[in-house]
Every structure is written in structure tokens, then in C-alpha cells.
Design a protein around this ligand. Structure first.
Ligand SMILES: O=P(O)(O)OC[C@H]1O[C@@H](O)[C@H](O)[C@@H](O)[C@@H]1O
Length: 301
């Protein structure tokens, strides 16, 4: 099957982005300074056989494998595994910004429901809308989650953002780091241990897969990400459920050498070229029937 990849240009600044309709995955954002912010693996599947390995896949309604072991919903849910449609009339290119919106109606979801879960059995219904906008120096994505069914549902949602790291330097802590998670609890998914993040930035020297939960009273993730010798990115992410601000957690992931080599859609040497910093709602929020949740990520280059 041939998929549409849409290019959005902000004429005023010269910035642009590209979006794959499979998963409404943002593949690329090039700032006015002509810098590519996102990483897509050279081995990524772009033919719909798998979620795109790179860019900004959307994680919904579960993060990781299902908590209920009898469910066969695939890891990270169905949002990244279905074809989204563009919202008619949503494309714009104005002085301030340019953008487009995509939507996924659960009634049209064909893949990734799995079996033995309340999505598959028809208890829940949802409409997802992703608003994407760009300026000369920022990419903003807003995921709108609308419970269109009659039952409340629990959910997790995440922007699984892959950043491109300059000069193969992801393992060099002076160039590649995540700053701003001080006081967060880090749950290491590899060792199953918790630790408190101190004032030192997070750097990578081996496989890294941690979920960072903010301390009480912190709702917005506000981070600085080192992506090269002189380049940093400011990431801000906020979330609301039914109009109420909720805390944003942040997953930091790099597969390192061994895991990279085991993934069929990831170049085995490319772990030095990327870092995933994935903000989202992971604290088990519930969305009541008829209500909306939103998650907004701003990446400023
Ligand atoms: O291979 P996937 O399903 O895209 O997941 C990639 C990674 O995604 C991260 O969000 C998870 O914390 C990791 O555990 C996982 O390996």
C-alpha cells in the first residue's frame, strides 16, 4: 500500500515539516536555520507494516505492553498503527505559523486493538485529533483525545519523540543530555529500580529506559535537551484531562548497541545518532464519557 506523506511549509520563515499518514507520524521538522530536529532510522518501515521507527509516533491508549496479561493489544497501543485522515480545511500557512490537523476515529481503527480488552470488545470509543503547527524555530503538536463513547476509559498517552543527535555523539554527555528532571522519580525499566534524579543532567553510556514521574506540584515538563556540541532544544509539555491540569511524566530511552542490533527496523550503529525523550500522561488518568483530554508538546530549536 502506498501512503501519503504530507509536507507543510511555513513560507514566512522557510521552516517545514513532513507527516506520514500512518500513525499521523511527524517524520521531520526543519527549522528556519535548516536544522533537522527529528531522527528516523534508515531501516524504518514506511509501508504500514510496523509503526515508524522515528519521528513522533503517538502512544495511546497504553504505554508499553498491556498491564492486563490476557490482553493482546500491542505495545504502545493502536494510535501509531493506523491510517489517520487529514481534517478537511485544516491546512494553513500564515505569517505567524503553518500547520495541519489529522484525525483518527476509533470506528475506523483496523489494527492494534488486540484481543481480550475493552477496546476490542467495543466498550469504549474515542476520536483522536492531532494538531501540528510550525514556526521558524518551533514545532508544536497537540493531541486531543475525545471520549465519544458511553463508558469512561483509563488511558496513557505519549509523544514518543526521537531527536536527532549531531556527529554520532549520543554517548558523549557533554553534547547529549537531558536537563530539567531534578527531583523526578526515575523508574528504571531495565533494573526495575527507582531512584531520585539529582541536579546532574541525564546522560547515556549504556541502554537507557526510564520513566520519570514529577514530584508533587509539578505538572509541566520543561526540559533542555543537548543534541550536539552547540545545539540544544527546549521541550515543554503540558496535559489536561477534562480541563484539569495533570502531571506530565517523561520517558527517556536509548537502545544502545545490543538492543539496536536486535531491532529489525533500526540501524545497528544508529543508537549514537538519536535519543528519545517522550513526555506524556502515564499516571493512569481516566477520561469520562463525552469529555476531552489534551497533551501539548512544544519543541523549540
Ligand atoms: O519498539 P517500540 O515498541 O517502538 O518501543 C521502543 C521503546 O519505547 C520506549 O518508550 C519504552 O520505554 C521502551 O521500553 C521501548 O523499548
Amino acid at each position: 500500500m502506498k501512503f501519503a506523506v504530507k509536507e507543510i511549509k511555513h513560507t514566512k520563515s522557510g521552516a517545514s515539516c513532513r507527516i506520514h499518514e500512518f500513525g499521523a507520524t511527524v517524520l521531520s521538522y526543519t527549522s528556519a536555520a535548516r536544522r533537522e530536529i527529528l531522527f528516523v532510522s534508515r531501516d524504518a518501515k514506511l509501508d504500514g507494516s510496523k509503526a515508524v521507527r522515528g519521528g513522533i509516533p503517538l502512544v495511546f491508549p497504553i504505554f508499553g505492553p498491556p498491564k492486563d496479561e490476557s490482553s493482546t493489544m500491542p505495545q504502545h497501543g493502536f494510535a501509531r498503527n493506523n491510517v489517520w485522515s487529514t481534517v478537511e480545511g485544516s491546512e494553513f500557512d500564515e505569517d505567524d505559523s503553518a500547520g495541519i490537523s489529522y484525525e483518527l476515529d476509533f470506528n475506523k481503527v483496523t489494527a492494534g486493538k488486540g484481543t481480550n480488552n475493552s477496546w476490542e470488545s467495543g466498550c469504549y470509543n474515542v476520536k483522536l485529533i492531532l494538531d501540528i503547527s510550525i514556526t521558524g524555530d518551533a514545532l508544536t503538536t497537540i493531541l486531543n483525545i475525545h471520549n465519544t463513547g458511553e463508558e469512561a476509559f483509563p488511558f496513557e498517552a505519549l509523544f514518543h519523540t526521537y531527536y536527532s543527535i549531531d556527529d554520532h555523539s549520543a554517548m558523549d554527555g557533554s553534547k547529549c543530555f537531558v536537563q530539567g528532571l531534578e527531583g523526578y522519580n526515575a523508574y528504571d525499566q531495565l533494573t526495575k529500580r527507582n531512584k531520585m534524579i539529582g541536579s546532574e543532567p541525564i546522560t547515556i553510556d549504556s541502554e537507557l529506559d526510564s520513566i520519570h514521574t514529577p514530584p508533587d506540584g509539578i505538572y509541566i515538563a520543561d526540559l533542555l535537551i543537548g543534541v550536539g556540541a552547540t545545539e540544544t532544544i527546549k521541550l515543554v509539555c503540558s496535559g489536561k484531562v477534562d480541563g484539569r491540569e495533570v502531571p506530565v511524566s517523561v520517558v527517556v530511552w536509548n537502545p544502545h548497541e545490543k538492543k539496536a542490533a536486535s531491532m529489525g527496523d533500526f540501524g545497528s550503529d544508529q543508537y549514537v545518532d538519536m535519543l528519545c525523550v517522550e513526555p506524556g500522561l502515564l499516571r493512569g488518568d481516566t477520561l469520562d464519557a463525552g469529555k476531552k483530554a489534551t497533551m501539548k508538546q512544544i519543541i523549540a530549536a
